[in-house]
Design a protein around this ligand. Structure first.
Ligand SMILES: Cc1cc2nc3c(=O)[nH]c(=O)nc-3n(C[C@H](O)[C@H](O)[C@H](O)COP(=O)(O)OP(=O)(O)OC[C@H]3O[C@@H](n4cnc5c(N)ncnc54)[C@H](O)[C@@H]3O)c2cc1C
Length: 233
């Protein structure tokens, strides 16, 4: 585990309630796409949260984390920070990473659970890996989709990346599926689902529900499922 006194380089609003923070990280910053870090705010007592790294190791010079902004003390302090301010970063942690021997993978995610997936997808695209990816990404409305522009750009660059947005409260355009991620949507969107390794990320209740659908309704082996639980939601 490493510790970094990191200067905030850039703060990027992603949606109405999600913000990305980039901190300077020059030199040898080693992490794998999909891992997470711990942000420690310089308060008394210290406020800290585990957050996934949302950039890819191919994007050099900074580490990015992306926080869903809530009313917590942690978020209130974070929101007041400006470029040039410092915070402490401990990294890297976690095993929600790409196994390059998997030729076909599928990501199932909702809301803020997209952060490590964005990192892995960007890594695959930048490295021009042969990994074939389908992402099913659930949100309430179009306005809640984080990293939409990034994924649109990545899809243009990489024909092996398919992104399907599933919206529970909106029926506005044919490019989106309406409803929630369920067995039927998985079967319709990922016809070769039985050949894929599944990566699930989001709040624990959502991850559990997705896993249940895969195992009990679609007979996907538990060994083909890799999960990351965002404890705290
Ligand atoms: C591996 C991992 C990766 C994550 N990645 C992201 C991410 O990319 N983006 C994101 O927004 N969130 C992520 N989370 C969730 C994040 O750590 C926070 O739990 C969540 O954002 C809620 O914190 P809050 O300050 O907004 O709300 P709060 O209301 O403060 O948190 C909700 C509840 O969780 C408790 N809690 C939160 N964090 C901790 C902790 N570290 N230890 C003990 N209790 C805690 C709080 O006390 C409270 O009861 C991740 C969590 C994990 C475990």
């Amino acid at each position: 585990m490493k510790e970094l006194e990191a200067k905030i380089k850039e703060i990027i609003p992603m949606t109405h309630n999600v913000t990305s923070f980039r901190v300077e990280a020059e030199g040898e910053i080693e992490f794998k796409a999909g891992q997470f870090l711990q942000v420690v705010l310089k308060t008394m007592p210290e406020l800290k949260r585990y957050l996934s790294i949302s950039n890819s190791p191919t994007e050099k010079g900074y580490l990015e984390f992306t926080k869903k902004i809530t009313e917590s003390d942690f978020c209130r302090t974070l929101k007041n920070l400006k470029p040039g301010d410092y915070l402490k970063i401990r990294y890297p942690f976690g095993k929600f990473t790409l196994d390059e021997s998997f030729y076909k993978i599928a990501f199932l995610s909702g809301g803020i659970g997209i952060t490590p997936i964005r990192s892995i997808a960007k890594y695959v695209v930048d490295k021009n890996l042969s990994t074939d990816i389908v992402l099913l990404y659930a949100n309430r409305t179009v306005e809640d989709i984080a990293f939409k522009y990034d994924f649109d750009q990545m899809r243009k660059q990489c024909p092996r990346l398919k992104v399907i947005h599933v919206l529970s409260e909106s029926r506005e355009a044919v490019e989106y599926k309406s409803g929630r991620i369920n067995a039927q949507i998985i079967k319709d969107s990922i016809s070769d689902y039985s050949e894929r390794k599944f990566y699930l990320c989001g709040p624990p209740a959502m991850v559990e529900a997705m896993k249940n659908i895969l195992v009990t309704e679609l007979a996907v082996a538990e060994t083909s499922i890799i999960t990351e639980n965002f404890q705290g939601y």
